[in-house]
Design a protein around this ligand. Structure first.
Ligand code: 3UK
Length: 507
């Protein structure tokens, strides 16, 4: 770690060389669909892709490059090539739609968009109008296309003398407009030396797989950076439905699996149909893991689920569990390198046991919002990062999730800002007013519920609900759509006209 910290400028891809130097060159680094690349082959592909980006698209260190695709070897190679050049990766989730992508591309001032052909339609209209260039790839033969250029398989990675940004992650903030969080190359090394070292102790030959997209830092770390850092194997699955994941575990001999509580619950129901004997480490993050799901999974499979809380702002998991140290119903303990504590509403650190308070964390990574000093000052206070979560701590120092402190709806592992859903709904021609809240739901944790006031001339019925839902899915990422819609005559408001969401939550 200290060694990587020395390369302040760019250490993210140097661990590929480091693994090769220490005898890992012929081990499999990446597997995905029709591809399987050794560490040697991966480094060569990354170098050739770096040549493609610099020679053909003029990308230099400091440029921001948007990346859009399903989890695949191609996505991984381009992500690593961006890092190797010293450019900044703006990886996005495949489900995002045109409008959301437009906002991201503009906020991050991207010079190039690298996109999988299957997902290109959402970028069509705006890529033509801007100076932004577009590189389309096909995830099954990107390597054949790349080889045709005949670029050198060597590429000198860009090394700066100061800290260099590696990536920008987008988080859907409570204000609806996504926030840009930036992380340095040294942060990438830091997370590799954090949660995985403490909790998983990765070994060569182990195979990592899971469902979070590489455009989400949970997936980026767990499915790509952690295995590659430790000389293990990354198995990338483009459309990882729970059954697909179970089948991959059986067929490929996956040892380490990252997914969200909702998927663990579904996988639990089906696990008996598969041989998953190779599986040793099951990581859950993204939302609170219920004690029931944790218990059921362990009962069915004999393998414990290791819970961990991470955040885009912190890059990865900072409180988590290990086989040696875990308690069902608790997220875990601070990962070595981090400190965590709780504050009350008056800004005092809570000393009592089992008293809920605002979670604050500090350590080897931290929040850096770009161009948003107001949000930065709210997230980081006196050196502590406030994640917006309410937690409590027991006598053994285990942290337990209590609630989200704001209007973020966490549904099936996705963070959905209530206000963002409202803004989309308000564009529907029949909708006059609306308020969106999260409703507790057994399967999804929270459910997006919309209270809708229609224009005078229209009356609501079930057909219109479905029509609004379908319309919504065309205009924003489908996972954000309101699963519950209620037509109301008025919304509860304060005298000053502010919607009282708490009244809807309890209605
Ligand atoms: C919630 C959890 C209870 C919590 C993430 C692992 O989820 C990740 O990042 P996001 O920015 O959301 C952060 C928020 O999600 N949360 C995450 N994990 C848990 N709540 N128990 C958990 N285990 O509200 C947090 O503030 O989308 C997770 C690694 C990287 C990540 N970016």
């Amino acid at each position: 770690f200290v060694e990587f910290r020395r390369f302040k400028g760019n250490c993210t891809t140097l661990f590929l060389e480091k693994n090769i130097e220490t005898g890992c060159g012929d081990n499999i680094a990446l597997i995905s669909e029709n591809h399987s690349f050794t560490y040697f082959q991966l480094l060569e592909l990354v170098n050739q892709a770096a040549h493609e980006l610099t020679n053909i698209y003029g990308i230099q260190s400091g440029n921001r490059v948007l990346l859009r695709g399903y989890n695949s070897a191609a996505f991984a190679v381009y992500w690593l090539a961006i890092a190797r050049i010293g450019a900044i990766a703006v990886a996005t989730m495949p489900l995002l739609r045109k409008k959301e992508l437009e906002v991201i591309a503009e906020m991050a001032a991207v010079s190039l968009m690298i996109c999988e052909d299957e997902l290109a339609s959402e970028l069509d209209s705006f890529s033509k109008n801007e100076n932004t260039k577009l590189l389309l790839f096909n995830r099954s033969d990107f390597n054949v296309t790349l080889k045709k250029y005949n670029f050198s398989t060597n590429f000198q990675p860009f090394i700066a003398s100061e800290e260099l940004l590696a990536l920008i992650g987008f988080t859907s903030g409570t204000t609806g407009k996504p926030k840009m969080t930036a992380h340095y190359h040294s942060d990438v090394a830091a997370i590799c030396e954090g949660f995985p070292k403490y909790s998983l102790k990765p070994k060569r030959g182990e195979i990592f797989a899971g469902s979070p997209p590489l455009g989400f830092t949970f997936g980026l770390g767990g499915l790509l950076l952690f295995p590659l850092y430790y000389g293990a194997t990354s198995l990338l699955i483009p459309k990882p439905a729970p059954e697909v994941l179970l089948q991959a575990i059986e067929e490929q001999g996956v040892t380490t699996c990252f997914t969200a509580p909702t998927a663990w619950r579904v996988m639990c129901e089906k696990a008996a149909d598969y041989n998953i004997d190779t599986l040793k480490y099951c990581v859950s993050a993204g939302e609170a893991l219920s004690a029931k799901v944790a218990k059921d999974w362990e009962e069915v499979t004999g393998i414990p689920i290791l819970d961990g809380i991470g955040a885009t702002e912190m890059l990865h998991i900072f409180i988590g569990s290990s086989h040696e140290k875990r308690k069902i119903g608790f997220t875990g303990v601070p990962i070595p390198g981090y400190e965590a504590t709780l504050f009350d509403d008056f800004g005092n650190e809570i000393q009592e046991i089992n008293k809920a308070g605002r979670l604050a964390v500090r350590g080897i990574t931290g929040c850096k919002y770009l161009f948003n000093t107001e949000k930065q000052d709210a997230y980081v206070q006196n050196g502590w990062n406030f994640t917006g979560d309410i937690y409590q701590k027991d006598a053994d120092g285990f942290f337990q999730f209590v609630a989200r402190g704001d209007d973020m709806i966490i549904s099936s592992g996705y963070n959905i800002a209530a206000i963002e859903v409202e803004q989309v709904l308000l564009e529907h021609e029949l909708i006059k007013e609306c308020a969106v809240v999260g409703k507790p739901d057994e399967n999804r944790g929270m459910l997006v519920a919309a209270y809708v006031v229609l224009h005078e001339s229209v009356s609501g019925n079930d057909e219109l609900k479905i029509q609004i839902q379908n319309w919504f899915k065309e205009h924003a990422a489908p996972y954000k759509y309101p699963r519950h819609i209620e037509f109301v005559a008025t919304l509860p408001k304060t005298e000053t006209g502010k919607i009282q969401r708490f009244k809807l939550r309890t209605s």
